[in-house]
Design a protein around this ligand. Sequence first.
Ligand SMILES: NC(=O)c1ccc[n+]([C@@H]2O[C@H](COP(=O)([O-])OP(=O)(O)OC[C@H]3O[C@@H](n4cnc5c(N)ncnc54)[C@H](O)[C@@H]3O)[C@@H](O)[C@H]2O)c1
Length: 320
Amino acid sequence: MFKIGIIDKMNNKGIDLLKSNKGFSVDLITDLSRENLLKVLPKYDGVTLRRGFLDSEILKDCKNLKVIARHGVGYDNVDTKYCKENNITLLITHDSTSTSPSEHIMFMILNIYKGREMFDRMVRDGKFSEAIHLDIDDNFEIFDKKILIVGFGRIGKKLIKKCLGFDMQVYVYDPYVDEGTIKSLGGKKITQLESGLKDADIVSMSVPLNKDTKNMIANNQISLMKKNAIIINVSRGGVVNEKDLNDALDRNIISFAGLDVFEKEPPNLDNPLLKNKRILLSPHSATFTKECLENMSLETAQNIIDFFYGKIEKVKIVNL
Ligand SMILES: NC(=O)c1ccc[n+]([C@@H]2O[C@H](COP(=O)([O-])OP(=O)(O)OC[C@H]3O[C@@H](n4cnc5c(N)ncnc54)[C@H](O)[C@@H]3O)[C@@H](O)[C@H]2O)c1
């Protein structure tokens, strides 16, 4: 029987799926402290991982560990070099983790473009009739706006359909996806990030965080953008430089931002982004829908089962 540790909260559907399989014994690990992970992880053959950092110091005593199944697609909380050197397979949720984030991007665009918070507050504060006297300079139609999708993987490909449904013009920057694929899905390939940034009304980030994408959007890039432009980041904090973004919003270089992810999570309470009224914030919750969380937990559990039964699909394995 394989011993599986479920690191961090996970929807019950996936936990029940693993528990119902006679080949596995399952423990829930809710204390994510370094001390606890160092103490409890060595006994497991496999783990699922949501939050919590599995670095080489924690992994070095895990002599039985054969597989880490991420509850999600990002794996910047795992020491991939150590996994590769020690024959630990790293799996991701390939199918379940893109619909809700692509919807979250649309949720952010719609909220920002339609002044949701302002109008909602006016009605509640008895200022219904004052709305007609407002100068509406910050609310826009989505129709015909140019969106630049940076990173055209699972999320980007789901997002483009929604943008085209709103009659937007879609530009894509992803050096690893060919022009034909982008064109067949209704987008136009941009080969230089800078030229896309100059034209875009909306820039939406859906790239992994790595050494090439860290600070991909910083002062130099933001200064190219239009004054009315907005930036949406649901990928990873650090892809957009937080300080540069905050300064640019304060100096009216661009108009608004929507952030689901932060360089440090949770962000410190004195992080200036939290005070900036021109940013719509959410707590890394782009996947927090009933369907997505159920499906992610089921896919994570199924990945563990498929791995130990030798049936794991290649596409779920992070090629280290
Ligand atoms: N906020 C959330 O809850 C949430 C949920 C899901 C995913 N994410 C993050 O979003 C990222 C994207 O998710 P996905 O499922 O679409 O991943 P994916 O791997 O399917 O797609 C990423 C795309 O980025 C492209 N890319 C890589 N480097 C690039 C670069 N330098 N410039 C332009 N494009 C580049 C790749 O070619 C790929 O097409 C994930 O890595 C994850 O960190 C966040």
